[in-house]
Write a protein that binds this ligand. Structure first.
Ligand code: GAL
Length: 324
């Protein structure tokens, strides 16, 4: 879809993946998200490039989901952990797509029925609606309805790179967050929230990513892979990413309490046929900013925040406000 300002949004049926969000430049257009040359490249590595994530974004320790006091053993796909909906998550599915032309804006609707063969309870009908507004906002609405009680905590794993260079180190990032979650060795949050003040995780003022990443060089992760507890500002914005060279920025709107920021620290050279980096992956090639619901903040293994009751549809919206 292309709007009046020449912004283009395109989606792939594999994984309900954002393939392109491009904005016009003096000489052509600039794609603000990472993508690959071939659809098979998307499943060639564990990085979920720009794909839809569900049923649950993030990690479930030991694949143990608690619902109504019962433990459901989920299949694991990252050692002992169930990551991003498991091996048959939304990103691995082929979605049906439809473009709906409306007076104000066109929308791309992606549909899919997530079967309980993925190990989670419930046959779940999922629809992701992508719209592109006249004022350059990309809206992503995830809706689901299940025949049984299950969990639903979707996100879009969009990696942005708004610049001309091969990494995001020149970008500036602001996150409306004064706490990050403590993580254990498996990167699973404990119930402890750590204040960001006076640490390199403080992005409350706009901060240059290269500087923040350099300050994290003695950590295991060597960059950001963290869950921030966020407070939307008066316009509903939770984070903003900007590239001073191209003067392009994206502000992220979400009503949920969390944002994962991942600076692609572990991107590998091989198996990453990215168009931008001419087929060679490299750390910091992009930054994934993933709005989601943080669970178990008060009590371990508490999934009540993300429960989806039978036949009670629920939806979540993420918006990218583009400025260029
Ligand atoms: C992020 C997660 C990272 C990594 C990435 C996908 O959401 O926090 O640890 O798994 O997804 O490669």
């Amino acid at each position: 879809m292309t709007n009046q300002h020449g912004v283009t949004l395109s989606i792939l049926s594999l994984g309900s993946t954002i393939y392109e969000i491009s904005v016009p430049t003096k000489t052509g257009k600039r794609n603000l998200v990472l993508n690959y040359a071939h659809s098979r490249d998307y499943l060639d590595n564990p990085f979920y490039v720009c794909m839809a994530i569900g049923r649950t974004a993030g990690r479930i320790a030991n694949g143990r989901l608690m619902l109504d006091g019962q433990t459901i053993q989920l299949p694991t796909n990252e050692g002992s952990t169930t990551l991003h909906g498991g091996a048959q998550g939304f990103n691995t599915q082929i979605w049906q797509g439809e473009i709906v032309h409306a007076t104000n804006e066109d929308v791309i609707k992606m549909y899919h029925e997530q079967a309980s063969s993925d190990g989670f309870p419930g046959q779940m009908l999922v629809c992701v609606t992508y719209s592109l507004t006249k004022d350059d906002v990309v809206e992503i609405k995830f809706s689901a309805n299940s025949n049984e009680k299950t969990v639903f905590n979707p996100t879009q794993h969009t990696y942005f790179n708004l610049g001309k260079t091969e990494t995001i180190k020149q970008h500036w990032l602001k996150i409306n967050s004064n706490q990050v979650l403590e993580l254990d060795k498996q990167k699973i949050p404990t119930t402890k929230k750590l204040p960001v003040a006076q640490t390199s995780f403080d992005f409350q003022g706009s901060t240059k990513l290269g500087t923040a990443i350099a300050a994290m060089s003695d950590t295991n992760e060597k960059g950001l892979d963290d869950l921030f507890v966020v407070q939307p500002d008066e316009s509903g914005i939770i984070a903003e990413l900007a590239d001073p060279e191209t003067n392009i920025s994206v502000a992220i709107e979400s009503k949920r309490n969390g944002l994962v920021a991942f600076t692609a620290n572990s991107f590998t050279e091989e198996h990453m046929n990215l168009i931008r980096t001419k087929g060679v992956g490299r750390p910091y090639a992009g930054i994934a900013l993933e709005p989601e619901t943080l669970t178990g903040l008060e009590k371990e293994n508490d999934f009540s925040e993300i429960e989806l009751q039978p036949n009670r549809p629920k939806s979540y919206t993420i918006k990218y406000h583009l400025h260029f």
